[in-house]
Write a protein that binds this ligand. Structure first.
Ligand code: RFL
Ligand code: PHB
Length: 404
C-alpha cells in the first residue's frame, strides 16, 4: 500500500511537459503565477521525440515573450517560401511576397522543448518527470486536485486550475464525462514514414511532393541535418523500411534535380506516424482546460500542430493572468471565452490541414478522375495569384487576433 505524501498547493497544475505544458509554465512564471508540471515520461524521452519543424511567426513571438527565443534566432532558419512538386515540375510559393512580409522559421520541436526545459530548470521551477497514474479530480467544483504516484508514494496537488497539456493520449480529456464532450474525428488511410539524417538538405527550402507514388516531404533541421517523409500504407511497419529502401522510394518521388542533389546517409531516427484530424468541443470543463494536442490534432501536412498548441497556450496564460491580476468584470472574461476563442482558430487550421492533406496525397480509393481533378486544382493554385495567396496566408498562419 502506498503512503500518501502531504498535499502540495499551487495555482495552476499542468499535466504534460510537451511544448504546450512547458510554454504555459514559462508564460505563467513570467507573470508571477505558480505552476507545477507533472509529466508521465522522462525528460530524455520527451526530448527524443522527433516531431514538428516549422514555426509560424506568431509562435516565434511567443517564444520570445516567454524569454526562450535566443537560440531560435541564432540557429533557426528563416524561410521565405517553399516549393511544390507535382506533374514533374516545381513551383515556388513565395510566402514573404504573398503575405506582405511574413516568413516561417525552421527550428525543430526538440530544440523548442530543450530551450523551454532549460529555462524552467534555470528558474528552479518544479517539474515532476516519470509520474505514474496521473489523475485529475473535482475540476467541476472550486477545489480541483491532481494526484500521481512516484517513488512508491501517492502525491496530491491542490490547485485553482488544471491545464491539460497531455497530448492526444493524455488523461485529462478522457476524465471528462462523455456527455459533456463532442468529438470530431477523421483518420486518414495512410501514415507518414519519417527519417532524420545528418546529411545536407536536398534543397534550401522545403519541398512538398505530390507524385503518382504518393506524397513526400523534404524538410530539414539545419544546413547539415535533413528530415524526410514518405506517405506509406497504414499497415506498413518501420522494419519493412531499411534506410536504402527509404532513399530509393524518395528518389522515385522526386524530380531529376532532386534525385541528383539528394545526399543519403544512415537514419538517426525513423518512425511512422498516423494522420488524423480531431477536435474536441468544448476545451474547458469547469476548472479543467485542454490545450494543444490534448484538444485537437491536425495531419502534419500544413505544419500547424505545434503552432496551434502555442496559440492555445497564449490564450490560456492570458486568461489565468486576467483572473489573478485584474479587477472588475473583465477578470473572468478570458476564462469564459477561452474555448470559443481557441476553437475558431483551430477550425481554420483544421480546414487548411485537411484540404492540403487531401490535395497532396494519393488515397486508396482515388480513381482516375479524382487524380486528374487534384492535378488540375494544383495547376490552378500555382498559376493564380489568389490561389497562391490562399496557400501562403494559411501556411504562415493567422494572426493571434483575427477579428470578430
Ligand atoms: P505533446 O507534444 O504530445 O506533449 C504532451 C505531453 O504530455 C505527456 N503525457 C502525460 N503526462 C502526464 N500524465 C499523463 N497521463 C500523460 N499523458 C501524456 C506526454 O508524455 C507528452 O510529453 O503535445 P503538445 O505539448 O500539445 O504539443 C503538440 C505538438 O507536439 C504537435 O502538435 C506537433 O508535433 C505536430 N507536428 C507539427 N506541428 C507543427 O506546428 N509544425 C510541424 O512541422 C509539425 N510536424 C508534427 C509534425 C507531428 C508529427 N507527428 C509525429 C505526429 C510532424 C510529425 C511527424
Ligand atoms: C518537419 O520538418 O518535421 C515538418 C515540416 C513541415 C511539415 C511537417 C513536418 O508540414
Amino acid at each position: 500500500m502506498n503512503a500518501t505524501a502531504s498535499p502540495h498547493r499551487t495555482q495552476v497544475a499542468i499535466v504534460g511537459a510537451g511544448p504546450a505544458g512547458l510554454l504555459l509554465g514559462q508564460l505563467l512564471h513570467k507573470a508571477g503565477i505558480d505552476a507545477i508540471i507533472v509529466e508521465r515520461q522522462s525528460a530524455d524521452y520527451v526530448l527524443g521525440r522527433i516531431r514538428a519543424g516549422v514555426l509560424e511567426q506568431v509562435t516565434a513571438d511567443l517564444l520570445d515573450e516567454a524569454g526562450v527565443g535566443a537560440r531560435m534566432h541564432q540557429e533557426g532558419l528563416v524561410h521565405q517560401g517553399f516549393e511544390m512538386l507535382f506533374g514533374g515540375l516545381r513551383h515556388r510559393v513565395n510566402l514573404n511576397q504573398l503575405t506582405g512580409g511574413k516568413n516561417v522559421i525552421v527550428y525543430g520541436q526538440t530544440e523548442v522543448t530543450r530551450d523551454l526545459m532549460e529555462a524552467r530548470q534555470a528558474a528552479g521551477l518544479p517539474t515532476v518527470y516519470e509520474a505514474q497514474n496521473v489523475a485529475v479530480h473535482d475540476f467541476d467544483g472550486t477545489k480541483p486536485r491532481l494526484t500521481y504516484t512516484a517513488g512508491g508514494r501517492t502525491h496530491a496537488i491542490a490547485c485553482d486550475f488544471i491545464a491539460g497539456c497531455d497530448g492526444f493520449h493524455g488523461v485529462c480529456r478522457t476524465s471528462v464525462p462523455r456527455r459533456a464532450i463532442t468529438e470530431y474525428e477523421k483518420v486518414y488511410p495512410f501514415g507518414w514514414l519519417g527519417l532524420l539524417s545528418d546529411t545536407p538538405p536536398v534543397n534550401h527550402e522545403l519541398i512538398y511532393v505530390n507524385s503518382p507514388r504518393g506524397f513526400a516531404l523534404c524538410s530539414q533541421r539545419s544546413a547539415t541535418r535533413s528530415r524526410y517523409y514518405l506517405q506509406v500504407p497504414l499497415t506498413d511497419k518501420v522494419e519493412q523500411w531499411p534506410d536504402e529502401a527509404f532513399w530509393d522510394e524518395l528518389r522515385l518521388r522526386l524530380d531529376e534535380a532532386g534525385r541528383s542533389a539528394l545526399v543519403t546517409g544512415p537514419a538517426l531516427e525513423k518512425s511512422i506516424a498516423p494522420l488524423r484530424s480531431f477536435v474536441c468541443e468544448p476545451l474547458r470543463f469547469g476548472r479543467l482546460f485542454l490545450a494543444g494536442d490534448a484538444g485537437h490534432i491536425v495531419p502534419p501536412t500544413g505544419a500547424k500542430g505545434l503552432n496551434l498548441a502555442a496559440t492555445d497556450v497564449k490564450y490560456l496564460s492570458q486568461a489565468f493572468i486576467d483572473h489573478y491580476q485584474r479587477h472588475g468584470s473583465d477578470r473572468e472574461r478570458g476564462i469564459a471565452t477561452y474555448s470559443q476563442r481557441c476553437l475558431r482558430r483551430i477550425w481554420r487550421a483544421e480546414r487548411f490541414s485537411w484540404w492540403f492533406t487531401s490535395l497532396m496525397h494519393r488515397f486508396p480509393d482515388d480513381d482516375a478522375i479524382v487524380s486528374k481533378l487534384k492535378d488540375a486544382e494544383l495547376d490552378y493554385l500555382m498559376h493564380s495569384e489568389s490561389g497562391l495567396r490562399t496557400v501562403a496566408e494559411n501556411y504562415v498562419g493567422l494572426p493571434l487576433d483575427f477579428g470578430e
